[in-house]
Design a protein around this ligand. Sequence first.
Ligand SMILES: C[S@@+](CC[C@H](N)C(=O)[O-])C[C@H]1O[C@@H](n2cnc3c(N)ncnc32)[C@H](O)[C@@H]1O
Length: 262
Amino acid sequence: MTTASQPPVPIDTSKAHPARVYDWLLGGKDNYPVDEAVGSQLPPEAKNAARQNRQFMHRAAGWLAGQGVDQFLDIGTGIPTEPNLHQIVQRILPTAKVVYTDNDPIVLRHAEALLVSRPEGMTDYIEADVRQPEGIVEHARRILDFSRPIALSLIALMHFVPDAQDAHGIVRDLVATLPPGSYLVLSHAASDIYPELAQRVTAEYAKGGIQLGFRTRTEVERFFDGLELVGPGLVTATEWVTSPPSVEPEGSGIYAGVARLN
Ligand SMILES: C[S@@+](CC[C@H](N)C(=O)[O-])C[C@H]1O[C@@H](n2cnc3c(N)ncnc32)[C@H](O)[C@@H]1O
């Protein structure tokens, strides 16, 4: 585990990385030709999915801050892309604290942007893998108060963790560390909304050496076991709104939900 205060680790530019492909899909500049090579082979819908997913993060984070949640543990943060989660929540609650985590060294390289907190609040960044949740929680305890509600955000992350690595058990263990009143915010690529597209996307990522495991609605719903889904429930990213939409939402191949731990 690397914390924001440690020196940057080398970036491997010979292999595509999920954070950098996602950055390319969002129109960012913090990626390399090898990442663009994967992104440019994806169907055009992939760019829409990245945008829709990011916009879900904006809405969910803003809604949670509006509920008074002022502590966030965000795992699989990605390369900073404004507005970042802390910017959204600190606009509403300037004292909010956010701990960011990603396992891609390039995110640490750009972590300064994640660490520019409002002076009243706090942000921190650790390089760590969600598959080792104990270390993440141990570090987060130094910043966040685990006796008060925390929003755990796993946004477009868990499709990088296969069942063989106990994806559901990892989420269950993370949620078990949170006190009542906490929330799980999770989005996940769907295998059963646009099945052909999903297969094309996973095949292109696999060619670039990135294993993706999209899941069905039932499989995604299991991440929320024992929690109470709030708002519109488990829906697609574009359907996750907290007031009635004025226009029909765009189609989306991403499931998204926010759930409360009672
Ligand atoms: C698609 S991006 C999502 C970024 C951000 N959460 C968002 O939704 O805008 C997925 C991120 O998860 C990170 N990631 C993938 N596998 C991970 C793991 N095992 N542990 C921690 N982060 C991981 C990638 O490096 C990447 O930054």
